[in-house]
Design a protein around this ligand. Sequence first.
Ligand code: F6P
Length: 543
Amino acid sequence: MSRDSLTTGEAASNALTAHADRLRDAGLASLAAAPSRGDRLVREGAGLRLDASRQLVDGDALDDLIALATAADLPGAARDLLAGAEVNNTERRPALHSLLRAGRSDDARFPAVAETRERMRDLAESIRAGAHTGHTGRAITDVVNIGIGGSDLGPRLVSEALAAPDTAPRAHYAANVDPDDLAGTLAALDPATTLFVICSKSFRTEETLANALAARRWLQGGGVADSGLARHCLAVTTNLEAAADFGIPENQCLPMWDWVGGRYSVWSAVGLSCAITLGWDRFAALLAGAEAMDAHFASAAPADNLPMLLALLETWNCQYLGAGNHVVLPYSHRLRRLPDFLQQLTMESNGKAVTRDGEPLGTDSAPVLWGSAGTIGQHSFHQLLHQGTRRCPADILLPLAPTDPADRENHARLIANGLAQSRALVIGRSQAEARDALLARGEDPAEADRLAPHLAMPGNRPHNLITFSRLTPETLGALLALYEHRTYCSAVLWGINAFDQWGVELGKEIGKQVFAVMQGDDEGAALDAGTLSLVALWKSANG
Ligand code: F6P
């Protein structure tokens, strides 16, 4: 950042601190009702519409947020990301997941991308057509993706969002090393017609390797001879050597590359289970939707740029208004996995306390992200959203038309619920209004006085409304790319690296030590007394 832009950034930041003091408790209902509010706070791109008019911002605050974006050079950062600059500075590599989207995978610098996409398409089509069969010659009916984190959450979300209930082959996902996960997945499947896709960028992830071994035992126990295993096991990895050591030779592996982060990898061969269950055309449409969002991200000015606006509002809510969390409420059963996916994307990318240069950040970074499908959450945690002491900025997502046009009536109820929650979050209800409502329903005045404080709701709860015409491969691709770029822009605004995840390593190392102690292989390990006493309890529970 140049000296001038640093000064501009500091000035914008100071102004935003003052705006936050002014706007924190400004009535959102009156702010949101201001004429022409949508002129600056409603924007569209790649088939998505962002309505940010229910955020605690006014024109002056928005001006300074845009000044912050300019000072941080978000447009330059977008160019760097998309051009393959070394944005992941700790691991000295680019983050080129955008290269994998439609149209860009033919980049001459990365010929393996186009080649891998062809292999993915051929495999998906031949499995769907019943040409690639199991060892007995029967068609594959079920594909089980074994992976965890980014090797699970993205493909699981995409296939659950887009697959029809009668889709064939069906896709299943097993991630947890808890044996109940894989056992539950396999209970209804037939080894002769099941294909495993073992997804692991590193091919070193303990949970995935343990589940892959268990899957192989299940195949063998189900009558698949060693010579037939190749028809039932594929792998997706950067580590062809480790896959070969495991027993999956190179010709059964689809490559990934170190410049694709795990949580950004659904666009790569990690999406193979989706391509098999959805068919290639729909998978390609997902990529095309993401590419449309890349184009919007690359070209729209910050004030019109959906990922940049979302990042600015995230920074505004977290850093200036002090919200430590963010709740995601998709009014779409098919998008019920979106909060899980966004948890990894947001918190693994931006849950950091040092800058790119290793200096203490000095401010809060990623919010704790949570959520669930509307209307499920309304009957569970929305009480806290409306009356709790914590403010929970939200994204409410609404596909405006149902997946199946025959379902119009109940879908209309779903959307009415989403819109009603949004309005209630904004307007709340004063004690006087609560008292009037109680009187109107026949309570006597003393009872109305007693209950009114319990029924009052502060309102003033900021959120975004993200809408799209219907959930299609294109809109889903655009939505996931929107959140990916939002996450990157937030990282740029905070000055952190969104593409490493060193914080997960220590737990893995200690996990190996504890396991060795449990197996009696490392009695000398320096574990604390509390952990050792729990290991002793584990031993006695297991005879
Ligand atoms: O431990 C975290 C993590 O490395 C994630 O970043 C990644 O998505 C997940 O584990 C799985 O890793 P892999 O694909 O290498 O098995």
